[in-house]
Design a protein around this ligand. Structure first.
Ligand code: IMP
Length: 500
């Protein structure tokens, strides 16, 4: 006879935290959000610790090198998507590892013949108004000038006007050599009242741009996550098919941590992949998943996973539960797996961190997942809304959206993620192609989310994530108390066009 779980499976939205005693030490400034990323033995330190409990999802529409840099600056890690060629993925990893904080490789490049119309299109797409004009239009071509929004008047000029007619030409630019340090560059920026300083090599080829605003940003990134050489930490997704080729290339490119990306992780394919990696690259760190119960956790922990990812069917773009009838409410899955993690730690002295993956809708869901025991969270929809995600920003009916699609959608065609040893094709979809409301910069949004998290933790009397887990008091809520939780029985000012 089939096994029946006694309790129904719940989602985050069905729970609330009940506050505990807050001492006068419980202020947000005292809260630490540090958390282990990979397994460690009792009494030892994990090889990698995150400064904030957030990682970005292994998805085409979320995690590229740009996202990885932005998130590492805030203290988390991105897992670069694996549904691209080995070379492309390794190149993204390598770009993160070679990124020099404050030194930007130009991503908005134009030729002297680029028209004003094309420039405006590029500006809308990238959100960058400063563009380097290079001889061949590449990021490292010979620098011929710069175009900023101060160089043209959209209302007075023809859209066919070419950049060479209105750019600030090279002769009039202040620039510096490629070996200039960040602090020297900033002195030049201040002395000359510049917004951006181009750094060029001896052949006048553009190498980097240093922006005035980045200097302030970099000074503010107190939680940034770097390795011993001060390079940003980056993760990368792998699959259970081409690991013998992909893993060496990613490690060579500098990936700090890998993760097997699969919709269902309780499988022999994952065990074989983990075995290959541990035998061939004993120093490599690799997470596995996804599972939703204690049996799945134990299987992957025994197989050597450095962390275990939890979640099937809860992702915002996911239709796995509807399509295949498998999955489990995310909150119940996290609670169950975290209990198994703690038992495993008791028994073996090995702590295998748990990642709650998917299904986070509101910021407070993150705090709930952490209170339920998750060590960190993997987020797709959340990060896809930001400037730094790789997808297009689109205006629909006057509102901006970003594109966001699942790895199991026809658009991504990531058959390896759903592979059970069959054909190299997706015979049915497990994800959708969608839009999400555009939300601005990662830095601003993560800042607000973490402020809420720290505040709730203080309400629970917790100054770190372990204390949150130990002290949290959680209650299931009835459907009527969910209504009570929003504003109710009042007429909002917005209805009448806002406050007078
Ligand atoms: P979100 O944060 O709720 O948007 O969920 C993101 C997570 O959904 C990812 O980290 C994956 O585990 C999962 N996911 C990504 N693509 C698909 C898909 O096409 N179908 C099902 N799940 C997906």
């Amino acid at each position: 006879m089939a096994f029946y779980f006694k309790e129904p499976a719940h989602t985050f939205g069905e729970y609330l935290l009940v506050p505990g005693y807050s001492s006068d030490k419980c202020i947000p400034a005292n809260v630490s959000l540090k958390t282990p990323l990979v397994r460690f033995r009792k009494g030892e330190e994990p090889a990698i610790t995150l400064n904030i409990p957030m990682v970005s999802a292994i998805m085409q529409s979320v995690s590229d090198d740009n996202m990885a840099i932005a998130l590492a600056k805030e203290g988390g890690v991105s897992f670069i998507y694996g549904s691209q060629t080995v070379e492309q993925e390794a190149a993204m990893v390598s770009r993160v590892k070679h990124y020099k904080s404050g030194f930007v490789s130009s991503d908005s490049n134009i030729k002297p013949t680029t028209t004003l119309g094309e420039i405006l299109e590029l500006r809308d797409k990238t959100n960058h108004s400063t563009m380097a004009v290079t001889e061949d239009g590449t990021p490292t071509g010979k620098l011929l000038g710069i175009v900023t929004s101060r160089d043209y008047r959209v209302t007075r000029m023809s859209m066919d006007t070419q950049a060479k007619e209105f750019m600030t030409p090279f002769e009039k630019l202040v620039y510096a050599g490629v070996n200039t340090t960040l602090s020297e560059a900033n002195d030049i920026i201040w002395d000359n009242k510049l917004n951006m300083l181009p750094l060029i090599d001896k052949d006048q080829r553009l190498r980097y741009m240093v922006f005035r605003k980045d200097y302030t940003d970099n000074k503010e990134n107190t939680l940034e996550l770097t390795d011993s050489d001060k390079r940003y930490l980056v993760g990368a997704g792998i699959n259970t098919r081409d690991y013998a080729e992909r893993v060496p290339a990613l490690l060579k490119a500098g990936a700090d941590v890998l993760c097997i990306d699969s919709s269902e992780g309780f499988s022999e394919w994952q065990r074989i992949t983990l075995k290959y990696i541990h035998e061939n690259f004993p120093e490599a760190k690799v997470g596995a998943g996804n599972v939703v119960d204690a049996d799945g956790f134990r299987f992957l922990a025994d197989a050597g996973a450095d962390f275990v990812k939890v979640g099937i069917g809860g992702g915002s773009i996911c239709i796995t539960r509807e399509t295949k009838g498998i999955g489990r409410g995310q909150a119940t899955a996290v609670i169950d797996v975290c209990k198994a993690r703690d038992e495993y730690y008791e028994e073996t002295g090995v702590y295998v961190p748990v990642c709650s993956d998917g299904g986070i809708v509101h910021d407070y869901h993150m705090t709930l997942a952490l209170a339920m025991g998750a060590d960190f969270l993997m987020l797709g929809r959340y990060f896809s809304r930001f400037d730094e995600s790789p997808t297009n920003k689109i205006k629909l009916n006057g509102t901006y959206y970003k594109e966001y699609w699942g790895e199991g959608s026809n658009r991504a065609r990531n058959w390896q993620r759903y592979d059970l040893g069959g054909d190299k094709k997706l015979s049915f979809e497990e994800g959708v192609d969608s839009y999400v409301p555009y939300a601005g910069s990662l830095k601003d949004n993560v800042g607000v989310t973490l402020a809420k998290m720290r505040s709730t933790m203080c309400n629970c009397g917790a100054l770190n994530l372990k204390e949150l887990r130990d002290k949290a008091k959680l209650t299931l809520v009835s459907s009527t108390s969910i209504v009570e939780g929003g504003s109710h029985d009042v007429i909002l000012h917005e209805k009448f066009g806002g406050r007078n």
